[in-house]
Design a protein around this ligand. Structure first.
Ligand code: MG
Length: 136
């Protein structure tokens, strides 16, 4: 199983604090595609907590995106007490090297956000490399 930890603000949704979440371009499509892959599971990895985390979960569930954990990988407690979310890959607008799109005057929140077209391509190559698909 290939676990991808995905940030919320600036990654899945525009960085527009206090507003109703809106998907950045390509996020819904890519996450939906990954949900359909049997060798990929998603964990939401966000600084949100309390009612703000609940808002994000509601938003994602409303759009049919499935996560196996929210701010935790449900299986890692078997082998570590670390609070860091375990994943094979982390996608976060604040991480070095993550492709981001420059905002324009129409961008909600006015901050950079993840370029999902580039992420989708990079992850496709990585998942195939880590776990080849065998065809009988
Ligand atoms: Mg972020």
């Amino acid at each position: 199983m290939f676990t991808i930890a995905v940030d919320f603000d600036g990654t899945i949704a525009y960085h527009d604090w206090g507003k109703t979440p809106q998907f950045v371009p390509g996020a819904l499509e890519t996450l939906t595609l990954w949900n359909q892959q049997p060798n990929i599971q998603l964990v939401l990895n966000t600084m949100r907590s309390g009612k703000y985390l609940e808002e994000a979960i509601w938003f994602l569930e409303t759009h049919g995106i499935k996560f196996v954990g929210y701010n935790q990988n449900p299986t890692q407690q078997k082998w570590t007490s670390s609070p860091k979310v375990y994943a094979n890959l982390y996608i976060d607008d604040a991480s070095l090297g993550c492709p981001v799109t420059k905002p324009d005057i129409f961008t909600p929140g006015g901050r950079p956000y993840v370029d999902w077209a580039k992420v989708d391509q990079l992850v496709s190559e990585m998942v195939l490399f880590v776990e080849p698909i065998h065809q009988d």
